[in-house]
Design a protein around this ligand. Structure first.
Ligand SMILES: C[C@@H](O)[C@H](NC(=O)OP(=O)(O)OC[C@H]1O[C@@H](n2cnc3c(N)ncnc32)[C@H](O)[C@@H]1O)C(=O)O
Ligand SMILES: Nc1ncnc2c1ncn2[C@@H]1O[C@H](COP(=O)(O)OP(=O)(O)OP(=O)(O)O)[C@@H](O)[C@H]1O
Ligand SMILES: [Fe+2]
Length: 555
């Protein structure tokens, strides 16, 4: 089977030919490089209208040449639509979204017209799922967690219940765009990522804010602090080291959390920022230390390229997942979890049964049981810069000891804290529960988690990481543990994030998440109402949750 792919969501006008027999992926790309500033949608679209036909034409020439040399039966004398025979092409795949609307429309038009000329099926590919599938395809991994680190996106995906679930994602901009904003601020030409990587070779570490909430994260605070530092005269090379160390440690940490939550031991990387050697080294080191396998595709398959579109297109065609021209409108906000995954078995899942894989390993700490006590030690993470590592372990150990006790004082079951040593990063707790909630999800227990979160929110703090592995259960009693990412706040957005983190962890692993989530929200609403201090803030958390879930982050 031979598939043409067409890409042009933002900056790369690209076409490719994927031959499933030989495995060859021929890619022709023409990047848009703005003279100044970032990507201008109108200029990018002008680039697409010139460059897309040209790259397609090169790929069709290549297709015609290889069709002949591969001995495919070629008959150039056929009628006009004989191009299909001449190039031996079986389908046309195109990036349907997400991306810049004006660019997508040009790509869509080109793809439809090529499919009609060749008289072959059209395949509408989700660009982010293509970033993921190329790594899965090349690695041969079964059901990995995928970290997509691209310009306009940053998220963790895992396949479960027939869809790619978003296990965690950026709460504001994509990771590449965040870096590019900083480089624009200091007057460097787009794209900024490679320039930051080069400058960082000559700098020293500079501390910047580190923001992880469960498996979600945000970049806005880091970017403001980085710009401010540059304005204040901190050497730009040092800020670049700080940016790389902070942002990539965050991505590595959330990737490790996703491995821990799902119990899988396979990680693949996707997206243009994945070309960064420091990010790859951190991910590889983290995986090696947990005994997980890591795969990063070659740079030509990481940055935007039509090869990944053609490769996924071939799988879709094999599954009969084609789109009629009339239904093939592009979608600038096309989320990866909206894609019905026709080319995988519904039964497959990123979530591993812990009874099959043995123990589930925590992401941050080692936990050992000593009699009725549990000793939790935040082990140094060698992938992190030592200064950052020391700071995070100390701050989190302190926060965990303090908030675990505060929660108990407001009536939420938590383990008694027997001893704490922030410098060593150790806490000794009383052991609680018989199992993690992840291994015993029921509606009643989810309802109790909702009640507990409402109680601590009313008391003025958030948990920060309320996943199903951070709740212990015994009968109908549920305990919250692992408050290391918690902090004091009265902001409704922070409350909504706690709810969002729990919801994502249920959706990513449960067989039938809906009733569990309804019970969770009902529990939250019931307690929030009784604890409402009259400012309406507590009940708003559920309303805000809907906004958090519906936010389009792909512009
Ligand atoms: C929707 C689609 O248009 C978008 N594509 C995209 O963002 O292009 P991609 O090729 O995946 O990533 C480009 C980003 O990748 C960054 N980048 C490239 N090389 C880098 C490097 N060595 N280090 C860090 N960032 C790098 C660039 O600065 C830029 O922000 C996406 O996938 O989100
Ligand atoms: N007090 C406790 N009583 C019983 N079991 C506990 C206790 N504390 C931790 N555990 C067990 O150890 C596991 C890991 O603990 P914890 O979540 O605190 O570590 P972690 O490394 O921060 O994990 P992660 O960051 O992946 O959530 C828990 O899922 C739970 O099974
Ligand atoms: Fe991309």
């Amino acid at each position: 089977m031979r598939i043409v792919g067409i890409e042009g969501t933002a900056w790369a006008a690209s076409a490719a030919l994927f031959d499933t027999e030989t495995g060859e992926v021929f890619i022709e790309s023409d990047p848009y490089e703005p003279d100044s500033g970032g990507i201008h949608p109108r200029e990018a679209a002008e680039h697409m209208s010139d460059a897309v036909p040209a790259v397609i034409s090169t790929v069709l020439d290549h297709a015609a040449e290889t069709a002949e040399s591969d001995g495919v039966d070629v008959d150039d004398d056929e009628e006009p639509s004989g191009g299909r025979q001449a190039a031996a092409i079986d389908g046309v795949a195109f990036s349907r979204g997400p991306g810049l609307g004006p660019c997508l429309r040009i790509v869509g038009t080109a793809a439809r017209s090529l499919a009609q000329t060749l008289d072959v099926p059209l395949l509408g590919v989700n660009h982010m799922v293509a970033h993921l599938e190329i790594g899965r395809y090349q690695s041969g991994f079964d059901s990995p967690v995928c970290l997509n680190a691209s310009g306009a996106n940053a998220h963790l995906l895992g396949y479960h219940n027939g869809r790619y679930r978003v296990l965690g994602e950026t709460m504001d901009t994509g990771v590449g765009n965040a870096i590019d904003k900083f480089t624009r601020h200091v007057g460097w030409k787009h794209p900024g990522g490679p320039k930051v990587e080069r400058a960082a070779e000559d700098g020293d570490y500079y501390d910047l804010p580190y923001v992880v909430k469960g498996m979600d994260f945000s970049f806005s605070g880091i970017m403001s602090a980085a710009k401010q530092a540059a304005d204040d005269g901190v050497p730009v090379e040092d800020v670049c080291v700080g940016l790389q160390e902070t942002i990539f440690a965050m991505l590595t940490e959330v990737a490790e959390r996703a491995l821990s939550l799902t119990g899988t031991d396979e990680l693949v990387l996707g997206g243009g920022v994945g070309q960064n050697a420091r990010l790859r080294a951190m991910l590889a080191e983290m995986c090696e230390q947990r005994g997980a396998e890591f795969y990063a595709p070659d740079p030509r398959f990481l940055r935007d390229n039509a090869g990944m579109i053609a490769v996924l297109g071939a799988r879709m065609l094999a599954a009969g997942d084609t789109v009629a021209v009339a239904d093939s409108a592009v979608d600038a906000n096309y989320r990866p979890d909206q894609v019905p995954v026709s080319w995988r078995d519904d039964e497959e899942s990123v979530a591993r049964d812990p009874t099959e894989t043995g123990e589930i390993r925590g992401a941050e700490a080692t936990v050992t049981f000593e009699g009725d006590d549990v000793v939790k030690r935040r082990v140094p993470k060698t992938y992190r810069h030592p200064e950052l590592d020391e700071r995070l372990r100390r701050e989190r150990t302190r926060a965990e000891a303090r908030l675990t006790s505060e929660a108990r004082r407001v009536g939420v079951p938590t383990p008694v804290v027997r001893d704490v040593d922030p410098t060593e990063g150790t806490i000794v707790f009383a052991s609680v529960g018989e199992a993690d909630l992840a291994n015993g999800l029921t509606e009643a227990r989810c309802r109790a988690v909702g009640e507990h979160l409402a109680a601590i929110h009313a008391a003025g703090f958030v948990h920060g990481d309320p996943t199903t592995r951070n709740v212990r259960v015994a009968g109908e009693k549920t305990y919250l543990i692992d408050f290391g990412l918690g902090y004091h706040t009265g902001h409704v957005e922070d409350h909504a994030m706690d709810l969002h983190v729990f919801g994502q962890s249920v959706e990513g692993t449960a067989d039938d998440p809906e009733p569990l989530l309804r019970a969770f929200e009902a529990g939250y609403a019931a307690v929030a109402r009784t604890k409402d201090r009259g400012d309406g803030d507590e009940e708003d958390a559920l309303t805000r949750l809907r906004q958090v879930e519906g936010r389009g982050r792909y512009q």
